[in-house]
Write a protein that binds this ligand. Structure first.
Ligand SMILES: C[S@@+](CC[C@H](N)C(=O)[O-])C[C@H]1O[C@@H](n2cnc3c(N)ncnc32)[C@H](O)[C@@H]1O
Length: 321
């Protein structure tokens, strides 16, 4: 299967990453290499790009897509939460920009065997890294009703979470749920027909929730953004594209924390933390796709981009002295 994935907010990402010839960049969510290729086209000659993804199928696709640039690219399989240890052996010297484009790619969604899609029948898998043990089927057939409710409510923001969990538990008593189509049928039965009519696909939120839980998606975002800002060169840019409010909330809050001058509890009369802001937030509001992009790529509709620049802490202190 060809890797079909249009990079979202690509022109905006290039702008906020401030890409120019000779730059060194890391793409923490390489996917099929759409953003990476757009970056490479701006940073050559002299530039270098490291691409990271936890999905080996995505890396294969990226290798093909980036073949013309192969002298200027390193492709590494890994989880972006391990950014520091992934890049340490590469001895990059300086890092001018790091991009995150969270979530799943169209390629993953459209491969039935990966089990991400509620529209295609396949095994209940949903792993980004196929070497990981935990699959969606383990959660659907193994978790208690309370835990399932919590996951579907928390990560899917689904108001029918309790009913869906109840129906899953009832269905699996006769036989474990093994396929995406079986799960979709159970979800449809759980959501009242009147509610289902007219809204988005009834399984959309539950599938999002399970996918996030299988891949521990949210837990690593804040840690990875902090690591990214930690390794950037002064003035270097970080750019994060999110696709739902849960991701965007974490990006916004982490950027705020990194931009704060003081992290002392509010009841402290004087500051004792000696915290220095590490990030200047460049996008006061998230950047959204243009109408033109939305017409070409409806998948971009919920995308939000936030960008920041690493503050040159040492320089700042010297100037202040
Ligand atoms: C939206 S796609 C990126 C598409 C890419 N920007 C492009 O233009 O082709 C997100 C990618 O991030 C990967 N991914 C998600 N979470 C990850 C993590 N914690 N570590 C590494 N890769 C991750 C997924 O496997 C997927 O390939």
């Amino acid at each position: 299967m060809d890797f079909k994935h249009k990079p979202v907010l690509a022109a905006e990402a290039i702008f906020w990453l401030n890409c120019s010839p000779g730059g060194v960049y890391i793409d923490c969510t390489l996917g099929g290499g759409g953003h990476a290729r757009a970056i490479l086209e701006k940073i050559l000659p002299g530039g270098y790009l490291v691409g990271i993804d936890r999905d080996p199928a995505a890396l294969d696709a990226a290798r093909r897509h980036l073949a013309p640039f192969k002298e200027s690219v390193s492709i590494v399989q890994g989880n972006f939460r391990d950014l520091n240890s992934i890049i340490a052996p590469l001895k990059l010297g300086k890092i001018d920009g790091i991009i995150f484009d969270f979530g799943v790619s169209s390629f993953q969604l459209e491969s039935p065997a990966r089990g991400f899609s509620y529209q295609l029948d396949g095994p209940l898998d949903m792993r980004m890294d196929p070497q990981q043990e935990k699959k969606a089927s383990h959660l659907v057939n193994g978790l208690s009703e309370e835990k399932l409710t919590h996951i579907i409510r928390q990560y899917g923001e689904e108001r029918w979470a309790a009913r869906i969990a109840q129906f899953i538990v009832k269905a699996r008593r006769s036989k474990p749920l093994e396929t995406t189509a079986e799960l979709v049928e159970v979800i449809k039965a759980a959501i009242p027909a009147g509610v289902r009519r007219g809204g988005p696909h009834p399984a959309r939120r539950t599938f999002q929730a399970l996918r996030i839980a299988v891949n521990d998606e949210l837990d690593s975002i804040s840690q990875a953004l902090k690591a990214a800002v930690g390794v950037l060169s002064p003035g270097g840019r970080v750019c994060a594209i999110s696709f739902h409010s849960l991701e965007d909330r974490i990006v916004k809050q982490t950027f705020r924390d990194l931009a704060r001058e003081c992290i002392c509890p509010p009841e402290f009369p004087v500051c004792v933390c000696e915290q220095e802001p590490q990030l200047e937030i460049l996008t006061r509001r998230p950047v959204r796709p243009s109408i033109g992009e939305l017409q070409e790529n409806p998948r971009a509709r919920s995308a939000k981009l936030r960008a920041g620049a690493k503050i040159a802490a040492v320089l700042k202190r010297e100037v202040g002295e």
